[in-house]
Design a protein around this ligand. Structure first.
Ligand code: ZN
Ligand code: FE
Ligand code: FE
Ligand code: FE
Length: 166
């Protein structure tokens, strides 16, 4: 669709994130299954549950715009997801698998943080403070997920490093 206004850009990006969050409700449980550390499985599982709430928040924002929620393929998430699949297929050591999964997940969190940051700034600019507040709740969850993964990497990386290079 032609984007000749900030409203149109906001809606286009909201549709992109709707696609990404919906897809992540399916990707995160797969990552939880592949993770070998119990804490990492738990982190992915709880973020998968949060992500369902994030999908609902985006639907609420579409509602505020009087628009039907429609997803638009997010090429960035497709690419990040393909990179994550590669790690899940190729990693043979438990520590290496977990270190790779954490890095893949953090790439996604950083993408989400960037997108929500822009959407919140645009919502404020467009005098949609209710939408900005809702999206800010999701942004805080993404930041917390990223921080939790930072902490888990501190125990996982030394385990991955113990594995001899083959
Ligand atoms: Zn677009
Ligand atoms: Fe999310
Ligand atoms: Fe995207
Ligand atoms: Fe996330």
């Amino acid at each position: 669709m032609p984007m000749n206004s900030l409203d149109a850009l906001f809606e286009d990006t909201l549709r992109d994130m709707y696609y990404a969050e919906k897809k992540l409700t399916k990707i995160l449980p797969k990552m939880a299954k592949k993770a070998t550390s119990e804490e990492l499985t738990e982190a992915f599982t709880s973020h998968a549950e949060e992500t369902q709430g994030q999908v609902q928040r985006i639907e609420q924002v579409f509602d505020m715009l009087d628009k039907t929620p429609r997803a638009k393929k997010c090429e960035a998430l497709e690419g990040l997801s393909a990179e994550g699949d590669h790690v899940m297929e190729e990693a043979e050591d438990d520590g290496v698998m977990d270190a790779g999964l954490i890095a893949s997940a953090q790439a996604v969190e950083h993408y989400e943080i960037a997108r929500y940051g822009a959407l919140i700034a645009w919502a404020k600019q467009l005098d949609m403070s209710d939408a900005a507040d809702l999206l800010a709740e999701s942004l805080e969850e993404e930041k917390a997920a990223d921080e939790k993964l930072n902490g888990l990497a501190e125990t996982v990386n030394p385990m991955a490093a113990r594995q001899e290079a083959a």
